[in-house]
Design a protein around this ligand. Sequence first.
Ligand SMILES: Cc1ncc(C[n+]2csc(CCOP(=O)(O)OP(=O)(O)O)c2C)c(N)n1
Ligand SMILES: [Mg+2]
Length: 574
Amino acid sequence: MADAAVKIEAEQELTDGFNLIIDALKLNGLNTIYGVPGIPITDFGRMAQAAGIRVLSFRHEQNAGYAASIAGFLTKKPGVCLTVSAPGFLNGLTALAHATTNCFPMILMSGSSEREIVDLQQGDYEEMDQLAIAKPLCKAAFRVLHAADIGIGLARAIRAAVSGRPGGVYLDLPAKLFGQVMDAEAGKKSLVKVIDAAPAQIPSPDAVKRALEVLKSAKKPLIILGKGAAYAQVDEAVRSLVEKTGIPFLPMSMAKGLLPDTHPQCAGAARSTVLKDSDVVMLIGARLNWLLSHGKGKSWGEAPKKFIQIDIEPKEMDSNVEIVAPVVGDIGSCVSALLAGIDGKWPAPPADWTNVVKTKRDDNVAKMAPRLMNNNVPMDYHGALGVLRTIIKERPDAILVNEGANTLDLARGIIDMYQPRKRLDVGTWGIMGIGMGYAIAAAIETGKPVLCVEGDSAFGFSGMEVETICRYKLPVCIVIFNNDGIYRGTDVNSSGTSDPAPTVFVKGSRYDKMMEAFGGVGVNATSPDDLKRAVNEAMDSGKPTLINAVLDPAAGSESGRIGNLNPQSKLKKK
Ligand SMILES: Cc1ncc(C[n+]2csc(CCOP(=O)(O)OP(=O)(O)O)c2C)c(N)n1
Ligand SMILES: [Mg+2]
């Protein structure tokens, strides 16, 4: 070819929106997409897969969204969820709001319809002003209209998702954008590799000094670890802070395992005592929301309390009660700064306090022990969970996904965790439906075996994804605590009609057959021994497995441990 012809051809080299989005994702190390295909993103998914991105196709966007949210928690990179316009977008939106509430970095990328038609409300295919709807439910929302802006658009989304307090970000991608072409060289130049996406936020020295003084003055100190501390991935620093101060610690649900639950300073089994009787409480990446009774009221006792709070979000301070020593910064920087002020002369907490905590904990553990060894048929929660507790002890690197009411509350208390970020559960909202999405993302992101402990109701919210688990051949073992319903399977309809009560399901259901339908292993387990055998087999084989654990329908109490949150009236119930 003549030189001139080569030049013209090079000049004509073009790229398009499809390729630029893929290139921008890859450039920023976002190599996994969780989503559901359809107009206008079907080809995009195919092309992304061909380009080496792992594209996991779900049966419902909500589950793909939950997967992306927990991928964000596990990796500190935004988990990416991809949805179609209007209905797909809305299905993904719950997960985006969930990510924001839980401070998980996530990007919901959704295709959308033609702006010109949507804005004139002329009834386009799947018409919806998605950007406006997403905005109040996430940390930031952006729309990209020009292919040349894809690089900047994704960079903004990544920064918004992971910097400061992480959260959900919406990125609106109108159908027309995908097909827009531009010069390939200019396109390449327009991409942005985000540098230092979550910059360290160093706490002020004064704040650190103040916190250390308050901590040192304590007679009955307590450290509460939240999932923010687990997210930070500064496990050694957190452990060192706890151990050097000698202060009892209480892990919130998803912070379990940051230090082992069997650690001599763990106060997990003495929760009510330490909340009531402590005098200084240091919160590390934990918020004083409903999960900690807002830091006041009966569960916090009469004794005056001083709170030290470590959080990246300044607005978190004084959210519910006065924080006498706010330490604002990223957990890693804050914990390191505190550690720098703790030397060999740091006084151990008074022995009468640590002994009280230890005695209470040991008593509670001893009281529980015989119940966990029962081999009752039908099973109760304790018998079934006793088995699972041993399995996690023997396989501490497995990931435990957990949802339900009794199934959640009892499993959280009974199953000890030994390693950080191994317990994934319903989070801040107590949301049902995270199960299969979390399990899939956990398997994909970590390559570890996953054990899901699911209430029968909880499982129903994402149950169709067992097909996804089989399709991708993931090492996921699902145990369904089947007590025939929500909280219990024994409620009766008092109206005299033949409808069942609102909280009960078909009696004697065989969820294991759902797994068999897609080629996975299904087991019906009626005793703790059965359960133990089946779970161990599944964890050894890595084959997708669903175990229908038949529980006594009368086992379980209303709303698990949070029945007190149900509204009450002085009027007699009809
Ligand atoms: C999205 C969502 N919908 C509804 C609820 C209300 N809810 C709380 S727990 C629960 C199910 C509890 O039953 P199950 O999972 O079977 O656990 P069990 O107590 O029977 O062990 C429901 C529906 C919720 N938390 N989240
Ligand atoms: Mg149930």
